[in-house]
Structure formats: C-alpha cells, structure tokens
Ligand binder design. Structure first.
Ligand code: UN1
Length: 498
C-alpha cells in the first residue's frame, strides 16, 4: 500500500508541524479504506503563531500597491488553470462530489481570483464636491488587518477563494482554517499561493477541528475580521465571539431553498432543474433545492416525469465520469440524512416516492452512499419542509396557485436561494419581487451562482454581508473619508457657507 503522506501547516512562509505533534486522517468518503493523507491536528498555540505572523506581515503587505498585489493573484489564477484537473481529482477523493463538479469548484477559484485581481486597479471610492470653496473630498477603502477564514467542505477551494482573494487584494492578511474533511484542497490552494509569490505571513494555514483551531481563531483579539461559512449554530457562536470587542464578522449559513413550479411551467425544464438542484453535490450545497413547491394542477404530471429520472440517477464514486451523484461527505452526514428520512416517513401524510435507503452493497459497500430520495404530499410545516438536511432528500409540496407558492417559499427560517419556473413574464417579475432571499432564479434551479454578483442570504442564512462581486470588498475593508482643505484659512462646514 502507498505510504500515507503527512501534510503540514503553513505559517509565516514555512510548512511546519503542529505544536501538538498530533495528526488526523483524511478518509475518502466513497471508499473509507483509503486514507488520503495525514494533516496537522493543531491547537491554540498554532493559531497564535499564525495570527502573529499575519499581524507582522500586514505592516508591509498593506503598503504594497494594490495593482502589485493583484499581479500575484493573476499568477495564482494562471497556475490554477494549469493544475485544475489534478486538484479536481484530489477534491473528489476527499469530499466525494463528482469530478465534473470538482472541476467546477476549481474553475470558481480561477474565476474569483481573476475577478478580484481586477480589483487591484479598481477598489473604487467616491469623489464628491465640497460645500466649501477650496476643499476636496473623497473616500477610500482601507484594509482591517488579520482576517480569519473558516471554510466548509462542500466547496473546499471555491469558498476559500471567495474569502481570501478579496481580503488579499485589499491589503489584509489571512489565517485559513479549512473544514476537517477537506484539508487537502486547502493545502493545494495555499501551495499555489506560496509558489506564486505571496510574501511570508500574508496567508497562513492551520488545520484542525472547530474547537481546537476555530474557537481560538474567532476569539483572538488580533483577528479583526472573521469570515465563516457553515451551520447556523456555529455561525451564532462566531457572532457571539466577535460581538464583545466589535470585531467584524461575516456569516454565510444554512438554506432551505425552494423551486416553485407554476401551472404554466415547461415541465421537462423544471424536471431537469429539480434533478440538478436537489441532487447535485449530493444535496450538500447551502443553495441545494430542498423543496419543490408545485401547483396542484401539474403535480401528478411533474411527478410522473421526475420520479423515473430520480430513480435512474447513477450513484457512485465521483471519479467515474458516468456517475451522477457521489456519497455524503462523512458517516455523521449520512446519519443525518437517514434520520431525516425517518422523520419524513413518520410525518402524517408525507409519502416516500423514491429512494429512502442507504446504499451498502457492491460498489457502494465502503462509502457513505444514499439513494436520491423524494417525499411527496409534504405540507409546509413538516420538519422535512422546514429544516436543512444537507443531503439527497427533496420534499415536494403541492399548493394552489402562485400566491400560495410564494407564501410557502418564504415561510422558513432561511433565505438563501429560490427559483420559479414559469413562462409568464408578469408572474416571474412578481416572484422576483416577493420572494425574500439573497439569490433568485427564473427558469433555473437554486444553484449556479457566478462570482461577479453578490452571494448570500437573508434571515438566519446570513448577517447582512455578501461574498462575491464588488460587495465582497465591504466585508474586508472599511471606508475612510478624506477631506483636504487647500484654502489656507479655517473653513467651517455647515456654518461658513450659509
Ligand atoms: C453553496 O451553495 O454551498 O451557486 C455554494 C452555486 C455555487 C456555489 C454554491 N457557485 O451553486
């Protein structure tokens, strides 16, 4: 058997072992016999070292002209293009999603990195006339300092780049704590950043658990911004940790996203959208389609077309190009899926229409596989219609008409993404206006955001900040308004000009 490689933390420009001298294993969820590597099981002392390095590096990095910082980002994006296939294959092995999707994940890094590199020559502020003669005013963005990034396993590289690239181009320095299921992709990402010339200390990587690494990072007084993507429960903890000393935090949390299918929808298009939205990434996207809210007039017809397609989905190891859905990421995630299937079975009135069981034989024997699962006749208040599952389970909720569809769509705690299928432009616009989410699609599923529009959600999905697009700059910078008086006399605003 191949020797298992041990990977290190990256602190102050050096690859180093943890002070703890402990490691954890990275297991392939499609075949748990495979240990993909050992990673540092770090603790507070490693976090302290990384934050200290980032704090030192900030002194000089903030003064590097932004277009120069951006040149490094351009190089990183170029290198990612070259290694896209390798990184995609390794990502599929460590977290299970199919190879077409991990290629997409790396592509999203490339897109985000080029996009943010462009911000090296923008980062636009405002200039505006003064109310006084011989006075000039403008606003500029300033960086905050050390930023802590806590990233999820479902988009191991893409979401790291969403946070790190805007932070860097603005002149901040970073400490990255990746999810314990996906440290390999984080190491790959950081290695490229190192090779492309990021100075020591500007980007640091500390692997380990939420309690041993995440907690010291979010409570560290020198970390000025925390950007977190993960569960609403942990997000609440991050928010509390940052509150006492007003350190900034950006939170991107759960979803219970719905596709609404109106009675005039193109049903075949909606079927394709529901398959991709619900079972893409094995349902493990914050934006995954977890509810299908459908007009009763087309309910039967839709199910007749949808269910055979669900049952025909090929589930297996994501490295096989023919496979359409991979495993859940871990034993505990699979357990959650199975628990929710049981909850669905117990709901009075809900009907299990497809799937419902873990896959445990043959090629599925050693992985965390589960059948793509559909519940029908679900009513809006059932737990499977309200709670995030993060697995291949979708609830179909029949309703009367569009008004009711929108009510049901909005009637959950989360507000990340939603979609409507209709051919009627008036109804599409009404839905765009009345659904209260951060992302909305017309005639497309709830997944598929691009890097140059804001990404984030309302209600318990987020705390008002956005990633991606120009909006991402707001999390990692603060405005400074500059007033330059060239009159040579004292001029008093609000007084001398009246
Ligand atoms: C997520 O849902 O967890 O919009 C991230 C998408 C991807 C990113 C999804 N670009 O589907």
């Amino acid at each position: 058997m191949a020797r298992v490689q041990t990977h290190k933390n990256f602190i102050d420009g050096k690859w180093v072992v943890s002070h703890t001298h402990r490691t954890f294993d990275n297991i392939n969820p499609a075949d748990t016999r495979i240990n993909l590597g050992r990673f540092q099981k770090s603790d507070k002392s490693d976090v302290d070292a990384a934050v200290a390095a980032a704090k030192r590096a900030f002194k000089t990095w903030r003064l590097v002209p932004a277009p120069k910082r951006a040149e490094i980002l351009f190089r990183i994006a170029d290198r990612m293009v070259a290694d896209k296939e390798l990184f995609a294959r390794q990502m599929t092995q460590e977290m299970g999603k199919i190879i077409a999707e991990t290629r997409g994940d790396v592509q999203e890094v490339i897109d985000m990195t080029y996009y943010m590199a462009g911000e090296g020559r923008r980062q636009f502020g405002q200039t505006t006339p003064s109310e006084l003669q011989n006075k000039f005013m403008m606003s500029v963005r300033q960086p905050l300092g050390v930023c802590g990034m806590i990233t999820p396993w479902n988009f191991p590289m893409a979401i790291a780049s969403w946070k790190i690239m805007p932070a860097l181009v603005l002149g901040n320095t970073c400490v990255l704590k990746p999810a314990t299921y996906t440290p390999w992709s984080a190491v790959n990402f950081v290695k490229i950043c190192e090779e492309c010339g990021l100075p020591p200390g500007v980007l640091n990587l500390v692997t380990g658990t939420g309690s041993e690494v995440g907690e010291p990072l979010i409570t560290h007084p020198d970390v000025r911004v925390i950007s977190f993507t993960g569960s609403t429960d942990i997000g609440r903890r991050v928010s509390e940790a940052c509150a006492p000393d007003f350190r900034h935090c950006h939170l991107e949390m759960g979803g219970k996203n719905a596709i609404m299918i109106l009675d005039d929808a193109k049903l075949d298009l909606a079927v394709d959208g529901c398959l991709w939205g619900a079972f893409g990434t094995t349902g493990q996207r914050c934006t995954a389609t977890s509810r299908i809210i459908i007009d009763k007039k087309v309910y039967r017809k839709f199910l007749n077309r949808f269910l055979p397609r669900v049952k025909a989905l090929r589930v297996g190891n994501g490295l096989d190009e023919k496979v359409e859905m991979g495993p859940s990421v871990s034993a505990s995630q699979l357990k959650t899926v199975m628990e929710y299937v049981q909850i669905g079975r117990n709901e009075d009135g809900a009907r299990l229409l497809a799937g419902g069981k873990p896959l445990t034989r043959g090629q599925h024997r050693y992985g965390y596989f589960h059948e793509p699962t559909v519940f029908g006749d679900v009513t809006p208040k059932m737990r499977i219609a309200q709670e995030e599952i993060f697995g291949p389970v979708v609830s179909v909720i029949p309703v009367n008409g569009m008004k009711r569809a929108i009510e049901v769509c909005n009637d959950v705690a989360y507000g990340l993404s939603a979609a409507v299928y209709t051919q009627d432009v008036n109804r599409a616009f009404a839905a765009m206006r009345d659904v209260y989410t951060g992302i909305f699609y017309v005639n497309a599923p709830t997944i598929g955001a691009e890097v140059h529009l804001p990404f984030g959600g309302t209600k318990v999905t987020g705390n008002g900040h956005r990633e991606a697009g120009v909006a991402a700059l707001d999390v990692f910078s603060e405005w400074k308004s500059l007033y330059i008086d060239f009159s040579g006399t004292i001029q008093r605003a609000q007084i001398d000009n009246q």
